[in-house]
Design a binder for this molecule. Sequence first.
Ligand SMILES: Cc1cc2nc3c(=O)[nH]c(=O)nc-3n(C[C@H](O)[C@H](O)[C@H](O)COP(=O)(O)OP(=O)(O)OC[C@H]3O[C@@H](n4cnc5c(N)ncnc54)[C@H](O)[C@@H]3O)c2cc1C
Length: 378
Amino acid sequence: MTTKDAVIIGGGIVGVSLLYYLARNGMRNVLLIERNYLGSGATGRCGGGIRQQWSTEINIKLAMLGREIFANLSDELGHDIEWHSGGYLIPVYTEEFAQQARKNIELQRKLGLEVELLKPEEIKSIVPQFNPADVILATYCPTDGHANPFKTVFAYAKAAQALGTEIWEYCEVQSINRKGTCYEILTPHDTVATPILVNAAGGWANIIAKMIGIELPTTPYRHEILVTEPVEHFLDPLIISFDGDYYFRQEHNGGIVGGMGNPDEPPGINHRSSLHFLIEFSHKLAKAMPILRDVRIIRQWAGLYLMSPDSQHIMGDINGIDGYYQIVGFSGHGFMLGPISSKLLADYITDGKRSEFIDAFSYRRFEEGTIQKEVSVV
Ligand SMILES: Cc1cc2nc3c(=O)[nH]c(=O)nc-3n(C[C@H](O)[C@H](O)[C@H](O)COP(=O)(O)OP(=O)(O)OC[C@H]3O[C@@H](n4cnc5c(N)ncnc54)[C@H](O)[C@@H]3O)c2cc1C
């Protein structure tokens, strides 16, 4: 039997960043358990986008703090995470979303975010190759950006290990028994006893929660994505459209990586790729960026969004279940909001620091019925 002060289940961006922040706060006898390799879940499959352009006050504030972390992370962790502050451009195609975009911008500016409202003809000053046909307006925030998900995960993991924490990869949590104030976690490697258990299992979080008798209000959905062959660097911002239902950006090596949602996607854990996505998204990409029409697609894959009822994550503890914490349900934005949320949760676990974010993203909002849906999502 191994004994630890805390155990984190899940080696995605959320788990590894939490491991690092707990260690930085002085809690070092901590173990992270990952059933596959680090980043093998949604994190290593995601678009790597980091934006502050949200529709709710709490998400804008959290994202601004989160962006600060990314901008300084290569220096802090001592590994290059390929942070690129190329901005986010958000074209809008319908009057309903245009109204929402105007409201968003007002709130974002009030909170101190630098964001521009562009007429369709002004978009070319940001991205000359973009096709503005059918666009009503666009918003643009130059301080948004993107980073490399794998490099970010490895940088956090290495920094956390250097502080004395431990990571078990290729080790699946099979069951959890609660014994008094202690959790016994069964894995093929060993049984681990701990007073603090954190569920950071991404799309599999419901399965982990069920092991200790908790029903989460979250649902996993497949999201597909692809990458093209590398082309010469020409695209700085990540371009995302909520009503156009697409997003894409250029990677460090030149490939264009992008995807879209699918309103007809059934819930469930599914990592298969579809021809439907390949065809639909290719059309959207070629329409938005005609210059990419003849670029070859080299690979497509899929990952999981763990959707919550208000498209916002759930973090903190649950009344009556001592020592259990969760940081789950990031929907489509856990890469950008994962590190800041982990940092806040680490402060809560180690020092009992209860920030406004711990309250806002608590599980309790579903019991109290105080939810406000985030609408700026693909
Ligand atoms: C196609 C796509 C594009 C996306 N684009 C973006 C984007 O541009 N920006 C953004 O911010 N977000 C994006 N997201 C969302 C983002 O990827 C996720 O919200 C985020 O990665 C969640 O991180 P996580 O650590 O919670 O989960 P994960 O990365 O899924 O990590 C959870 C880990 O838990 C492990 N695990 C599960 N069960 C067990 C078990 N029993 N025992 C041990 N380990 C277990 C899994 O193997 C997995 O590695 C995208 C997602 C997808 C699918």
